[in-house]
Design a protein around this ligand. Structure first.
Ligand SMILES: C[S@@+](CC[C@H](N)C(=O)[O-])C[C@H]1O[C@@H](n2cnc3c(N)ncnc32)[C@H](O)[C@@H]1O
Length: 247
């Protein structure tokens, strides 16, 4: 049985464990590839950024290291995630505010036009993710950009998750997905330019988490590279990384 997602409850419960996911072999390498994708869209005139669903501040921290950026903002639905960001005492003076906000039904609490808005691994928990995307575009400056991710409806991971739900008889949360064709249509309808769609992994999640050793990480990444040569970047990709720009 699939439960309706309740991101607030889910992420308040999971907040203390979340940062650990991104440590160790294959995850660290995957994280690097993903951050390189986001950073491609930070230009010399990208001054004000918002990270939606900022979690424990993983992406906010990366933004702090970028020279051109002047102001960084974050929001998250889960109080505990925002608390962790504040406790980390992010000393970076570019971070102007991190607040609790449910983007699915609330307005962004900052009176700012953003040059870049990111929403990484957030839309999949929200049924109205297409409306959220429209909301984010409205808060962008002229020619502003949104970089977001959404799981691919045509991935091996989807099948693996389905089988694991049946075998473990767990009540997994339902996850919202999309695909290349739909994303292209959404982008056209929103009068946006599709800058890039990419994906960095095809191997199911559970294989990433079997070991945190660097050697295992390199093996996983080599298999990923081989699959990419066979199928290209997008086909069977797990999480689609999308960058769009207002026309
Ligand atoms: C998988 S975590 C990703 C965190 C971060 N973006 C990263 O990549 O490390 C998903 C985050 O999205 C947040 N989230 C989900 N739905 C949200 C919503 N409607 N409004 C604001 N935050 C939301 C969750 O609380 C959680 O912190």
């Amino acid at each position: 049985m699939m439960k309706q997602p309740n991101p607030k409850e889910q992420w308040n419960n999971y907040s203390s464990k979340y940062a650990n996911i991104w440590t160790g072999g294959s995850r660290t390498l995957m994280r690097k590839n993903e951050m390189n994708f986001i950073k491609k869209f930070i230009f010399s005139d990208t001054k004000k950024l918002l990270d939606v669903g900022c979690g424990t501040g993983r992406i906010l921290e990366e933004y702090c290291g970028s020279n051109n950026i002047l102001e960084i903002y974050g929001i998250d639905i889960a109080e505990k995630m925002v608390e962790i960001c504040h406790q980390k005492q992010m000393t970076c003076s570019k971070i102007k505010a991190i607040e609790v906000c449910d983007i699915s039904c609330e307005e962004i609490p900052y009176n700012v036009s953003f040059d870049l808005v990111s929403a990484i691994r957030v839309f999949k928990y929200n049924k109205n993710w297409k409306q959220i995307l429209e909301k984010l575009l409205k808060k962008c400056s002229t020619r502003g950009m949104v970089v977001f991710t959404i799981p691919n409806s045509r991935s091996i991971n989807r099948l693996a998750n389905f089988i694991s739900t049946i075998l473990r008889k767990e009540n997994n949360y339902f996850i919202f997905r999309s695909n290349y064709g739909e994303l292209k249509r959404i982008c056209d309808n929103a009068n946006c330019e599709l800058l890039e769609i990419s994906s960095f992994s095809k191997i199911p999640d559970f294989l990433y988490d079997l070991s945190k050793s660097e050697f295992y990480g390199k093996v996983v990444l080599s298999v990923e590279r081989f699959l990419e040569i066979l199928f290209g970047k997008i086909l069977f990709g797990k999480e689609l990384f999308v960058a769009i720009k207002k026309k």
